[in-house]
Write a protein that binds this ligand. Structure first.
Ligand SMILES: C[S@@+](CC[C@H](N)C(=O)[O-])C[C@H]1O[C@@H](n2cnc3c(N)ncnc32)[C@H](O)[C@@H]1O
Ligand code: SF4
Length: 374
């Protein structure tokens, strides 16, 4: 269990609201304070003009402008991907990854320049992860701690200093649905002022935490859901993702059926391509049949090597392409292949390894064209 921490982040909305209510300060000041801090990264509380006088001592004693700090920033050679290493209040590190989409080129890439780029931010929700997927660097660390909602939002704040963020994907380190309350709080903050993201621009990726999927749809309607399915049958799923034992495929598909009926939204299916494990033609047909009554987009993900941490190898391009042809041609399922980006800075999925004394690695999504940018 993670130790209970006092957050000190003003982006932990419930904490700030509670403190303001205690001394009768209007909650309308909260977005104003957030906006000021975002525009003035190094500001002090006394710099913020026109707050009620009771707000200053309260902010001084209970909060910091930002509870996390930007430790370092690494750019990929092509300028498309930027990796942010962020130090949390408890000393642990997480990474967030910015991916820039060039509106003129109509694809990821292009040189950073004002106005022409809309960026996607891949955020972390936990330090480590208890799900233990065998292809994932984060899974090999075990679970260390949950991020607070403020720490999740602060990744967006740090990234906003570097790029205009239009989309947020919860595809960094950790299983977001295992940190449910903080996830939902963070998303509510991102949807409101001053961030004003649309729910359609936020994607939550899950290994399939069944009991939380439909709760999320009720608590924050309109979000995109991405499900890391990775296998069309239960035994392969259990082999590569131990958490599948707790979340059996049949029950997961039932939950997705309910989700789709209630949300009327398509579901994004992530499928990592592992050589000789889940990439044969029969698996493509099994997957096609499994998904035949769903409105989905399947994203085939080439496996990103994670050093000695995993026994797996990536499928050949021919196999990935054959898999895609079967899903599209035979089963009529919209299927894309995730482009690999950011490998030169270890910014690709499953590759983000932070060699630090007290923690270590993160995965980041690298191709989200299909989620937001059609
Ligand atoms: C790191 S996870 C975080 C979100 C959530 N825990 C999940 O599993 O969906 C984001 C995506 O990265 C994928 N991933 C993990 N390790 C990978 C690797 N080595 N190569 C490619 N994709 C990987 C996961 O399967 C998942 O689809
Ligand atoms: S893939 Fe997702 S659920 Fe699996 S270990 Fe990695 S972060 Fe956790």
């Amino acid at each position: 269990m993670a130790a209970k921490r006092s957050s000190g982040s003003i982006f932990d909305a419930p904490d700030l609201r509670r403190e303001f209510e205690k001394v009768d300060i209007s909650l309308n000041f909260i977005p104003f304070i957030w906006k000021y801090v975002i525009k003035n990264p190094n500001c002090k509380w006394d710099d913020i003009p026109n707050l009620p006088s009771a707000a200053y001592p309260l902010l001084h004693s209970k909060f910091r402008t930002l509870s996390s700090s930007l430790h370092s920033v690494v750019e990929s050679n092509d300028g498309v991907t930027t990796k942010l290493l962020i130090r949390l209040q408890n000393g642990a590190f997480v990474e967030a990854v910015i991916m820039r989409y060039d509106t003129r080129l109509g694809k990821y890439g292009g040189k950073p320049r004002p106005g022409g780029l809309r960026s996607t931010l891949c955020v972390s929700s936990q330090v480590g992860c208890k799900m233990g997927c065998k292809f994932c660097a984060t899974g090999s660390m075990g679970f260390k701690n949950n991020l607070s909602s403020g720490e999740i939002v602060e990744q967006l704040v740090h990234a906003s200093y570097l790029s205009q963020i239009r989309n947020v994907v919860f595809m960094g380190m950790g299983e977001p649905l295992n940190n449910y309350a903080a996830l939902v709080e963070a998303i509510h903050v991102m949807l409101g002022p001053p961030f004003q993201l649309s729910p359609k621009k936020i994607t939550v990726s899950t290994v399939g935490v069944i009991h939380a999927i439909n709760k999320l749809q009720k608590d924050v309607p309109g979000l995109n859901l991405a499900v890391s399915l990775h296998a069309p049958v239960q035994d392969i799923r259990c082999h590569i993702m131990p958490a599948a034992r707790a979340f059996p495929l049949e029950k997961l598909m039932d939950a997705l059926q309910v989700y789709q009926k209630n949300s009327q939204q398509k579901i994004f299916i992530e499928y990592i391509m592992l050589d000789g494990v889940n990439d044969e033609e029969q698996h493509a047909h099994q997957l096609g049949k499994l998904l035949e009554n769903f409105e989905v987009v399947v994203n085939l993900i080439p496996f990103n090597p994670i050093g000695n941490l995993s026994e797996f190898r990536s499928s050949s391009e021919e196999k990935v392409s054959r898999f895609q042809i079967i899903l599209r041609g035979v089963h009529n399922i919209r299927t894309t292949v995730r482009k690999q980006m950011g490998q030169d800075i270890s910014g690709a999925c499953g590759q983000l390894v932070v060699n630090l004394p007290d923690n270590s690695s993160i995965n980041g999504l690298t191709d989200i064209e299909d989620l937001h940018l059609r």
